[in-house]
Design a protein around this ligand. Sequence first.
Ligand SMILES: [Zn+2]
Length: 321
Amino acid sequence: MTRNLVIDAHADTLLKLYFSTLMRFSSQEADPLHITKEYLEEGKVDVQVFAMFVPPKLEKIGLDVTLEMISLANNLAQEEGYTIITSPTDLDFLSQNKESSTGMVLSLEGAIAIERNLRILPLLYELGVRNIGLTWSRHNLFGEGVSFKDKQGGRGLSKDGILLLEEMETLGMLVDVAHLNYEGYKDVVKHVNGPFIDSHSNAHSVCSVSRNLTDEQLEMIASANGVVGINFYPRFLADKPEKASIEDVIKHIKYMTELIGTDHVGLGSDFDGIATTPLGLENASKMKEIVPLLEKEGFSKKDVQKIMGGNYERVFRKIWK
Ligand SMILES: [Zn+2]
């Protein structure tokens, strides 16, 4: 019997681990973490995407930081028993073996690591990186991120950005447009053939912060057969962030599925990258609580499975080789 995989498409746990060697070896001491192997198991999360984000101050040594994070991810996988997954075959293994361990997917949040030399990309692929967020909320060689203040503005992808998309397609890497500005979004639609994802963004119509997506952007993702993952950051969830709860996550899911259908929405918690969490989703152990709330809203079992991970699984299988 195969199981339906539950997938969280974005977390910044590796950055927290990078900054704190103390937390590295014991999830017991790592209580401040939103994501530990135990939490993921308790929350019934089968696959966690671990992003590698290079903070602005470390940009100059972006490749070093990224390589160290990959090394941290490997240590974590070995010590806590994650399986780093890179292919449809790996996804098969996870879904066909009920007792298999939690899957770990490596992703870049912002392509800073390859800014100086795009020829390094195949090496990152060899090291297991499968998804790349083109930008964070700032400018880089490849394009511009949406600012935290202003929804509009900025140029589209640069020549290098378009080249990066081509290289990624050749290798079988998935494009993540989270944080990318509107002009960049349009360029991705124009230049990417397969589906792409926005791993951790919400609906602007529900909560009008610049990082959230307009209906037009949501439709762009759907027209490419891609997926957008709901971000749990209270400020992106609700106009009164101090009151944000798991119900607001459901609100964004409802809004998006009504607009673009149930095939294009997933989860991208942003755990360990967010300073506060919504009530009812304090860490990864609570992920399973989303299921009964979706059922209560009238989503079918099949649609719940898609939203909890099936949609992301479909796209991962399509792009990864
Ligand atoms: Zn982010």
